[in-house]
Design a protein around this ligand. Sequence first.
Ligand code: IMP
Ligand code: MG
Length: 179
Amino acid sequence: MIGVGKTLISQERIQERIKELAARISEDYAGKDVVLVGVLKGAFMLMSDLARQIDLPLEFDFMAVSSYGSATQTSGVVRILKDLDYEITDRHVLLVEDIIDSGLTLNYLLKYLNGRKPASLEVCTLLRKSGIQQVALDVKYEGFEIPAQFVIGYGLDHNQLFRNLPYIAFLDEDQLTQA
Ligand code: IMP
Ligand code: MG
């Protein structure tokens, strides 16, 4: 596919890592009901694969957000496009994210969700870019630490494309500009 660069994380490694995370989550929350809150659109694939490996009574909710700022830089101010459908007060909430880049989106979401007084609030992210977070974040479940470069696939897009790739790849910008 034009624009898809070198593979960073194969489909097999993603699925293996998700099984490990799901096993930890199933153990950590044993005996509890959990609400998975996915951040659209990027987290939809992780949410789907992760949920199928978790052995707990699970409920699902989704939020959609867009960050103000330029295309490549988030400002930390987040606009909520779709709020939760259900109350999370006194619930065990696990926020599911695709990637933590600056960390500003997640930082905002955690403050917002904590304001609803959940019984607990933790984060599961597939990817975290190494060394570029602008805020200190406590992320309990993390799939992979990756270099601070733009990646696509497995839910992550470039101009809304490439979300359907079952693996994570670098973006090949040269191919895109030639096409
Ligand atoms: P942050 O607020 O800077 O942490 O950015 C969070 C959001 O930016 C993510 O949830 C993604 O939607 C998007 N994003 C950040 N880095 C990438 C990337 O490498 N590829 C695709 N989307 C990204
Ligand atoms: Mg996202």
